[in-house]
Design a binder for this molecule. Structure first.
Ligand SMILES: [Zn+2]
Length: 289
């Protein structure tokens, strides 16, 4: 079972992997954020990808989310552990707290949300946007480290790259949402479409502007760097103790989700989707979707 790690702000290097090698992967959806680092940890194959590029050159709108998820799928990843730097919308979630969100609220505006379209329509459930099995596993592994991890919460995903206004921040708080960031959407959506388990481990870097005069990059970076060691400790434990089998429905998320009959899907649309949905479409040729 191959595990993928998508490193967010402050997490640019892979864990200490044995037999570390670099892989360049091309996808029908363009180039991923950077080369993949592949290696082993406790006998598990691990693939690491820095979301913003190794030198942090891609802003949250520019991150090639589809290429990233497709690249991980191509190299055999089945479960993705994502890390994200977030602001806190709650007094009791100070900087350097780790949070395992269980919901998101999407406020992004300019991102391709799906691998589908262009003649093929798929509707998937996002009622539970993150894999419950992986979330639970991350939580139990956090207990075994020194990290303080809060289980559950709603991640408000804004477009960025600017931080939010005070009015926006107050609005999110009035809805009882918990943390704010710029990257879980559409990464979670695309992972679901690719039938990958996916869960974010977020690290609080600031209190957002409801409590502070302003959010400064230097403050965010200082706490993000401090969060890295706690996040890596949880990730390492999570990989070491990962159950062999997936105990969730993520691996069949596309079953019954494609609305378009296979014969109506244009060939040029079908080709780039082969890795994701080929088996279903081929089966459907005989059985119907
Ligand atoms: Zn899952």
């Amino acid at each position: 079972m191959t595990v993928g790690i998508i490193g967010g702000s402050g997490v640019y290097e892979a864990l200490d992997l044995e037999g570390e090698a670099t892989r360049y992967v091309e996808t029908p959806f363009g180039e991923p954020s950077g080369r993949l680092t592949v290696g082993e940890l406790a006998g598990e194959e691990v693939v690491f990808l820095p979301r913003h590029g190794r030198n942090h050159t891609l802003d949250p709108t520019e991150v090639p989310y589809r290429a990233n998820v497709h690249a991980l799928k191509q190299v055999g990843v089945e479960r993705v552990l994502a890390t994200n730097a977030v602001g806190s919308l709650r007094e009791d979630l100070p900087p350097r707290t780790l949070v395992l969100p269980d919901q998101y609220f999407d406020r992004t505006k300019h991102r391709p949300m799906s691998f589908f379209g262009d003649g093929v329509v798929a509707h998937l459930s996002m009622a539970e946007p993150y894999c419950p099995h992986v979330r639970e596993h991350l939580h139990s592994c956090a207990d075994a480290t020194d990290a303080e991890v809060v289980d559950g919460g709603t991640y408000v995903c804004i477009e960025g790259p600017q931080f939010s206004t005070r009015a926006e921040s107050e609005f999110y708080r009035a809805n009882d949402w918990d943390v704010i960031g710029m990257t879980t959407v559409p990464e979670a959506n695309l992972a679901r479409e690719a039938e990958l388990c996916y869960a974010p481990l977020t690290g609080v870097t600031d209190y957002d502007v409801w409590r502070e005069q302003s959010v400064t990059l230097s403050e965010v970076q200082k706490h993000a760097a401090a969060n890295e060691s706690a996040i890596n400790a949880v990730l390492e434990r999570a990989i070491r103790d990962l159950p062999d089998e997936r105990d969730c429905d993520c691996g069949s998320a596309l079953a019954g989700a494609v609305t378009t009959p296979p014969e109506a899907i244009p060939v040029e649309t079908r080709k780039p989707l082969e890795l994701l949905v080929g088996d279903y479409l081929n089966e459907a040729g005989a059985d119907g979707l």
